[in-house]
Design a binder for this molecule. Sequence first.
Ligand code: ZN
Length: 109
Amino acid sequence: MKCNRCGTDNPKGKSVCKKCGAFLYSANPNNRVPLTKEQKSARRKSLFKGSALGCLWSVLIIVGMFFVLGIISYLLVRFVIPEEYFSDVTIETSGSVTPGATSLPASSN
Ligand SMILES: [Zn+2]
């Protein structure tokens, strides 16, 4: 049985090409032959493998997207938001710690 993809002659009864791994039944509906039990199981295995791989890829893509989002938000916080935003917070906390701080408006009243 000749391979449709690479043209390698494979022994009869084989469901996949020994050279390139392509299925030996034709995808063309005009000369499609009914699948043998072996071919059906081979195709099912291949489909399962493909879907598992697709699942793995989608998980990897989702994890990668979260990773990229994390990096972007980190860069945003680190470089885009002005320094004063953080220095404001530090003044407030150090003012409450230091006893001689006069920055609080409530003490002057
Ligand atoms: Zn082949």
